[in-house]
Design a protein around this ligand. Structure first.
Ligand SMILES: [Zn+2]
Ligand SMILES: [Zn+2]
Length: 323
């Protein structure tokens, strides 16, 4: 029994280590064969008129890739430019700023901070000289207070202080009723979601093309990373569906996807996680055993399944055990 106890302890400790790693990286890090590909090697796709998106390579943050692993880009209006995601580091943000300058002389008026995860918001510092409005969920500030310094320290370890970037706070905080801005002949609407992928997920819609920007509320190909609320995410997935949008730029994956099938994949994963976790809890299966059984049918459907699925189960257990 003692040996079993130690084993359980070791497993619990491993889970806690992976949770800590995941707090930084699990969020959005992928490690496919493109590991080490530099941001500069990645081009921008024009996914709609005046909408440019770079696909984040499926890699972990490394010194070589500058944590440039999320889908980032910009939208050009008649008067000014909005940055859809700032990038994973100062270096990534600087790269994006350079790409904008190659395509337009219009000023950057807005930078969107879609949520607290570092691969999405540490590029913001690169735009400080533009004095843009930094748009974020009204729960982003406390999330950055809680984690920003830790994320920055981890980025400095990986990239060095020169490239890491700094914590940038939103100057326009979107409340539950939403917000709208105009880039000149181009309006964009914002929705502040309830806890889902994280506690502070902001989505955006380009009203000119109808394209939805759900950020990490939508993972494609890469396994979704649960850092907010499982039940909440299922609810917000319905809200994304209810927008009626047909195309979306996901936080990770291809630069433009059909929304319905992508949401169907996401909700299938989350629903399986919910139902099988409830079943394990109902049968008093300990989490150490549940990790080996819950959601196995999803294993071949997602990149990085083995790396992050266990953490998602841990999160699901914590959320559902008191139901
Ligand atoms: Zn994320
Ligand atoms: Zn991400």
């Amino acid at each position: 029994m003692a040996a079993q106890g130690r084993g359980a302890f070791a497993e619990a400790r491993a889970l806690s280590v992976s949770r800590r790693q995941a707090l930084f990286g699990g969020l959005c890090l992928c490690c496919l064969p493109t590991l080490g590909r530099s941001a500069e090697a990645c081009g921008l796709d024009e996914v709609g008129p005046g909408i440019f998106v770079r696909r984040g390579p499926d890699a972990e943050a490394t010194p070589e890739n500058n944590d440039a692993i999320a889908n980032i880009g910009f939208i050009v209006g008649d008067d000014s430019v909005l940055v859809t995601e700032s990038g994973g580091s100062l270096a990534d943000g600087q790269w994006l700023r350079g790409e904008i300058a190659k395509r337009t002389t219009k000023p950057v008026s807005h930078v969107v901070l879609t949520h607290v995860h570092p691969d999405h918001c540490f590029g913001a510092a690169a735009f400080a000289a533009d004095k843009p409005v930094f748009i974020g969920h009204n729960a982003l500030r406390p999330a950055l207070d809680a984690r920003g310094a830790y994320y920055r320290a981890r980025l400095v370890e990986i990239l060095g202080a020169d490239k890491a970037g700094s914590v940038v706070y939103p100057t326009l905080e979107v409340k539950p009723e939403g917000a709208e801005i105009d880039l000149g002949g181009r309006r964009l609407s914002f929705a502040a979601h309830g806890a889902a992928h994280t506690s502070c997920d902001l989505s955006m819609r380009d009203l000119k093309t109808g394209i939805l920007f759900p950020a990490d509320l939508l993972f494609v190909t890469r396994i979704p990373s649960l850092d907010g609320s499982l039940l909440g995410w299922l609810k917000e997935a319905e809200a994304l569906k209810a927008t009626g949008a047909t195309q979306a730029v996901p936080g990770h994956g291809p630069t433009l996807v059909d929304l319905a099938p992508a949401l169907a994949d996401l909700t299938r994963y989350l629903t399986t996680l919910r139902d099988e976790t409830r079943k394990a809890l109902g049968s008093d299966v300990p989490i150490e055993k549940a990790v080996a059984t819950i959601g196995r049918s999803e294993r071949d459907r997602w990149v990085l399944f083995d790396t992050y699925h266990g953490r998602n189960i841990t999160q699901a257990f914590k959320e559902l055990e008191w139901e």
